[in-house]
Design a binder for this molecule. Sequence first.
Ligand SMILES: *Cc1c(COP(=O)(O)O)cnc(C)c1O
Length: 393
Amino acid sequence: MSNRPIYLDCHATTPVDERVLAAMLPYFTEHFGNSSSLNHLYGWEAEAAVKQARELLATTIHATPEEVIFTSGATEANNLAIKGVAEAYCQKGRHIITVQTEHSAVLDPCRYLQSLGFELTLLPVQSDGLIDLTQLEQALRPDTILVSVMAANNEIGVLQPLAEIGTICRDRRVLFHTDAAQAIGKIPLDVEAMKIDLLSMTAHKVYGPKGIGALYARRRQPKVQLAPQLHGGGHERGMRSGTLYTPQIVGFAKAVEIALAEQPEETVRLTQLRQQLWQHLSQVDGIHLNGHPTQRLPNNLNISVEAIDGAALLLGLQPVMAVSSGSACSSTTIAPSHVLIALGHSEQLAYASLRFGIGRYNTADEIDKVGQYIVATIASLRWQIPSRRYQTV
Ligand SMILES: *Cc1c(COP(=O)(O)O)cnc(C)c1O
């Protein structure tokens, strides 16, 4: 294990915490029942476990258990929220507002709706990655049915002002959805105080299992109407059919419970590690910090480097560390990160970028090793091609 690269890609996914795994295991074997089988003990056991998990997740965001719909992850939750609202409210209006820096699991359902005749406004962001609230207000129209703005960005970690957005939307009677895949368990979320109507979650970014998530959909003041996207046995109040995946649901709740209990100390620790990494990297000439310096996830650092070939840099780092360049979700396509382009960066700076997601198991020693290695790698790449200078932005 020790010679494997140091993992610093926690915005892509995280390992399952041993405590989470231990909570899940009995539900694969001994307590394997179907939570809909209410005629016998096996079903009751599964149902009780799901109920407990649902209550915990609801409490975490100040919702009620009936407002939690389990899904296969945040992608499905986003699809259900966006397409489900669009279908249910298309008589009222056909205008949706979202942001250029959203995850593809928000942008692509919105673009799909656009292909069906809905109108889409993609708000730009300021150079720090935050939206301009005045622009949001100006974008709202009488036929706007949904505003979707993410809680925390998966590339630059920037935290959007949810409470302010919620207030603007509520005043104009427009539903507010937030993709909180990166935020759950990391920052406090309160659907009441923040006036959030729909919120997407996932387990695997907080040391829970992959393949499980949830959508919160408000049931009172206002009650959100949703058109289900999966039809079948009528699970989850008809909103999402399919036998509930009990072990994953148990693991999801356990992961969020642990993250919340440890959040205060972990936030301090991660912020220190991030600061330590930045101390190393800020020595490099022509290095840029992407995204707001403080209004961001404590474990996120995203940098761009001038006068360097992004692909060569990543290749040089791979033996020692696992980090991503641009968005992990689009790393199969060779396009510069749409998030960094939205910040106003040139293509070169967008390509020559690194995203660090520091995690629960990273140590100060690892951060020093990584920091020193990156500084040395950049120096050696620049030394090899000294004449290769890109235009400074
Ligand atoms: C990871 C992520 C998703 C996708 O979540 P899955 O559970 O993997 O489907 C959606 N939005 C954001 C912001 C993410 O970081």
